[in-house]
Design a protein around this ligand. Structure first.
Ligand code: SF4
Length: 80
């Protein structure tokens, strides 16, 4: 089974707020409205569980500046 990693490119984020509309369990914002992971505010990437994939994919598609990236990985060797 393949797994996915979501990465955030915070320098690109324009604080539009859309990602948390589509994936509120995953995304949150700092005090300036810049995206971060809800559960790991310091992280720049996070493993995506199967049940969150659809909502993260939606956020990825809706982000106007491609600040959210989804990468497929065949193993979980870089989990943290
Ligand atoms: S949708 Fe993109 S630009 Fe908008 S807050 Fe989320 S990461 Fe930032």
């Amino acid at each position: 089974m393949s797994s996915y990693t979501c990465s955030l490119v915070k320098e690109r984020c324009i604080a539009c707020g859309l990602c948390a509309v589509y994936a509120p369990a995953i995304f949150d914002y700092d005090e300036e409205g810049i995206v971060l992971f809800h559960q790991e505010p310091e992280a720049t990437h996070q493993y995506i569980s199967e049940n969150h994939y659809a909502s993260i994919l939606k956020a990825y598609q809706k982000c106007p500046v491609r600040a959210i990236l989804i990468e497929q990985s065949s193993n979980q060797s870089n989990r943290h």
